[in-house]
Design a protein around this ligand. Structure first.
Ligand code: UD1
Length: 376
């Protein structure tokens, strides 16, 4: 009995690692279950993929599809075709996808059309912004998934409002936070880059197409970032998409651009920073748990719980607004926010419990049917 766990891009790896671990820890409950780690290859650079596997202690993937980059249609199609082939070959009893990247949706569709049940981890998040490719991926994946594992009660409400049957929804918490809690002490042992002192620098990430693809938009954002750099040094590990577009953009001397970082180095930097500026999804959640102020440089967020009870401020993309929020955060005492319910390091275990119970039940039903047929 095989179970496929799919990871494709950088933000998937820390969500999948706790699931793999949870299934291994429960192997006595269903010894014939074989969890298979499938890497689609959406991210393929050492810094975007291999370093994460090493830092998270993940095994080499059982199957690598080597999909690579391309337009959305090309990338999605390549993953779908390759994933369909391995589903036909291995006939998994269940496919688990995480997050909202192209690989998530592609694998969910391929599996579902082969009548293989699909579980979506991090279901129900909605930005209501249909210009985001991730929003399309989230909607398509959720509508066809058999198991919808959610990180907070707002996600449950979104799914119910869209007409999902309640029995498909399981509020389990956040597997990304499982990884954070497990690895934080190792991350804090990674030395800070030369010249940086804990609590005296800001950390920047930017990669959304809507922020980085148009040079004028990117320069406007950097006008704000340059103004903030007058007050605090800013470290900027640049995503490949953004790095390709930085030529011609004016950066303040105190904005230091570096290569993308592995999981531990980045987590360690985030935990010790005074302020984070980002357009990422997951970083809004990680900073909430780390109690580090986070300015999200977007007009919307699919993770409103991080604004409701966390450290996240939706700062938008207008330079004056961004600088205003940054100054407020820098002049305020460190946050003492609440952490969302069930973001406690045990989400992977809750998911494995639900899925193993279901697989056991299925096995019993299949055995009973087999018995009936033989007695006829
Ligand atoms: C993808 C996800 C996004 C996630 C982000 C995190 C989708 C729609 N987007 O965006 O949700 O937040 O990953 O990183 O799935 N590239 C490399 N090396 C790599 C990977 C990408 O150089 O290992 C370059 C390629 O030039 C590529 C570009 O980055 O064209 C964009 O990569 P892609 O996977 O298409 O989307 P991301 O912007 O990384």
């Amino acid at each position: 009995m095989k179970l496929f766990l799919v990871a494709g891009a950088r933000p998937n790896f820390m969500k999948v690692a706790p699931l793999l671990e949870a299934f291994h820890a429960r192997r006595d409950q269903l010894p014939e279950l074989q969890p298979f780690l499938v890497h689609t290859g959406q991210h393929y650079d050492t810094q975007m993929s291999d370093e994460f596997f090493r830092d998270l202690g993940m095994p080499v993937p059982d199957i690598h599809l080597g999909a690579g980059s391309g337009s959305h249609a090309e990338q999605t199609a390549r993953v779908m075709v390759a994933f369909e082939k391995i589903c036909l070959e291995h006939k998994p009893a269940l496919v688990v996808v995480v997050g909202d990247v192209n690989s998530t949706m592609a694998c969910a569709i391929s599996a579902k059309k082969l009548l293989i049940p699909v579980a979506h981890v991090e279901a129900g998040l909605r930005s209501r912004d249909m210009t985001m490719p991730e929003e399309i991926n989230r909607l398509c994946t959720d509508v066809i998934s058999d198991f919808l594992f959610t990180t907070d009660h707002l996600a449950d409400e979104n799914l119910v409002a869209e007409g999902c049957q309640r029995e498909r929804i399981h509020f389990v918490g956040n597997t990304m936070i499982d990884s954070l809690q497990k690895h934080l002490s190792r991350a804090l042992a990674v030395p800070l880059p030369q010249g940086l002192e804990a609590g005296r620098y800001a950390l920047l990430t930017l990669h959304r197409p809507s922020n980085v693809d148009d040079p004028a938009t990117l320069q406007r954002l950097f006008n704000a970032i340059n103004a903030i750099a007058e007050h605090i040094s800013i470290l900027f590990p640049a995503h490949p998409r953004t790095a390709q577009r930085l030529a011609g953009i004016y950066l303040h001397d105190r904005v230091r651009v570096i290569e993308p970082l592995g999981y531990l180095a980045f987590l360690g930097l985030m935990a010790r920073s005074r302020l984070v500026l980002t357009d990422s999804g997951g970083i809004q959640e990680e900073t909430t748990v780390l109690h580090v102020p986070c300015l999200t440089l977007r007009e919307n967020t699919e993770r409103p719980i991080t604004c409701e009870m966390g450290t996240n401020i939706l700062a938008g993309t207008e330079p004056d607004e961004i600088v205003h929020h940054a100054m407020r955060a820098l002049n305020a005492p460190p946050p003492t926010n609440r952490v969302p319910e069930k973001w406690d390091g045990s989400a992977g275990g809750r998911i494995a419990d639900v899925l193993i119970s279901w697989l056991l039940l299925n096995r019993q039903v299949a055995a009973a049917q087999h018995g009936l047929e033989r007695s006829r």
